[in-house]
Design a protein. Structure first.
Length: 115
């Protein structure tokens, strides 16, 4: 899938990710672009585990990738409280096909881990 310049700007991929973290970010970004859910408002961003540690966060620090998702079109893909179960499950399945799984850490961020 070709990712639009707008999506690349809205969802920049951290340079210090592992190769699998990079793959996870690309899967998610492509999924959000395909579903027209790449608008993140002020609440969505990718973080590397190192960036997450530097923020002083406790959970998700041993993941491949951390995703914030506080509001925006993308939030239902990560936060099951929105009730968009099929939307969420489709993203979960795409990550699973890549040997990864998504864990919702809180209502506002999730992390991707190797299976």
């Amino acid at each position: 899938m070709t990712v639009s310049v707008e999506s690349e700007q809205q969802w920049p991929i951290p340079a210090d990710l592992s190769p699998r973290g990079q793959t996870a970010a690309e899967i998610i970004r492509d999924f959000l672009e395909e579903k027209h859910a790449s608008d993140h408002g002020d609440g969505g961003r990718f973080y590397s585990p190192d960036e997450w540690v530097k923020r002083g966060e406790q959970y998700g620090t041993r993941s491949l990738l951390v995703i914030t998702h506080d509001g925006g079109d993308h939030a239902p893909a990560f936060n099951i409280d929105y009730g968009a179960y099929a939307f969420h499950e489709e993203l979960v399945e795409r990550l699973r096909a890549g040997g990864m799984y998504l864990e919702q850490c809180t209502r506002w961020y999730s992390a991707v881990y190797a299976s």
